[in-house]
Write a protein that binds this ligand. Sequence first.
Ligand SMILES: N[C@@H](CCC(=O)N[C@@H](CS)C(=O)NCC(=O)O)C(=O)O
Length: 227
Amino acid sequence: MSRILYDLAGEDESLRFSPYCWRTKLALAHKNLTYDTLPWHFSDKDKIAFSGQGKVPVLIDGSTIIADSQLIADYLEEAYPHEPSLYGDAPGRALTFFVKSWTERVLHRAISLVVLPDIHAKIAPQDRAYFRATREAAFKRTLEDIAADRQEAQTALDATLKPLHATLDQQPFIAGDTPNYADHIVFGALAWGRLISSTPLLSTDDPLARWMEAVLETYGLPAMFAA
Ligand SMILES: N[C@@H](CCC(=O)N[C@@H](CS)C(=O)NCC(=O)O)C(=O)O
């Protein structure tokens, strides 16, 4: 059965930086499912109009079309019950929702304030005016103002990551001994930031960098940020 994932790409189409798409790619790996990706740009709304909305990830699994990373995770969990669970035992999905909310409301924002100007520089030229307008409206600041405060934003990001450091000091993965969708969500955020950032978001000897490589290794995926 063919499986296709629409995946956000930069001007260089090998740059695949979307945090939500990374979650989905790890969830597919967790379920032992193979797939092909199609590069997608912010201005390619018409290419995913068949999904009834305008954002990626969009997954086509045989005859099923699903948009939204959480809906995709829930779909994979239900459609592939004999593969490893994305959430684990009973409270797993509910606890993962806290990780999702913290990641989207706190961590994504902290990373955005460091990397938004870098994203603007690296996306396809036809995407730039749309990206600037939507992000400046959302953050109520110009990209230039955000760029001017980059050092403060990195310091704030370091503070935001402290609970994650404390967690991974105690256990190999957020989900315990092996990664699950909670790890995929946070990995997606940090992969996004690290792939797009023009300055190192984490030092290579940061335990979070080691945790990210361990997640990739679990699924037999190649190292992304080798020192
Ligand atoms: N709730 C969605 C959010 C997806 C999302 O925001 N995707 C971004 C790429 S990281 C996107 O497609 N943005 C298109 C736009 O801003 O127009 C999910 O979890 O999949």
